[in-house]
Design a protein. Structure first.
Length: 145
């Protein structure tokens, strides 16, 4: 973090967000490989991969950790992280500790809500992926948003 002062007063704070990867997200498989080592199999977690215009990963952020089978996340949680990290696009991912790759109705509604809200504020949501220890489910590949 860099700060700038003018006549002893703070006028700006600059945050330098570290690049965590030079990898480009061109498929859900690529996202799965980046995120797989971080997922907890005991509680649901929501991650966001913050991306630039070329879909290179700028930052990987765990947005929220929930219970064994529940996660209470809002679009604001996601957008705040994406905007602070300087992203133009993002990919959501969360795990199902139960091992089920089937999205719940809540997962489907939430994904549609986030995708629509993102487009209103100029962000692009590339996908929402559900992870388990045996694989993943892509909302985009299954035409669910």
């Amino acid at each position: 973090m860099n700060t700038k002062t003018k006549k002893g007063r703070l006028v700006a704070i600059e945050y330098q967000i570290p690049v965590c990867s030079t990898e480009k997200i061109c498929s859900p498989d690529a996202a799965y490989e980046i995120l797989k080592p971080d997922f907890n199999l005991l509680a649901e977690e929501m991650y966001v991969l913050v991306l630039n215009n070329q879909h290179n990963v700028l930052h990987k952020i765990m947005i929220l950790r929930g219970e064994m089978n529940m996660l209470m996340c809002t679009p604001a949680n996601i957008f705040r992280s994406v905007l602070i990290a300087g992203g133009n696009a993002f990919l959501l991912a969360h795990n199902h500790p139960s091992g089920s790759l089937t999205p719940s109705e809540e997962d489907k509604v939430f994904t549609t809500k986030v995708s629509k809200a993102a487009s209103v504020i100029g962000l692009k949501m590339l996908d929402h992926i559900i992870f388990t220890d045996s694989g993943f489910f892509s909302f985009k590949q299954n035409n669910l948003f």
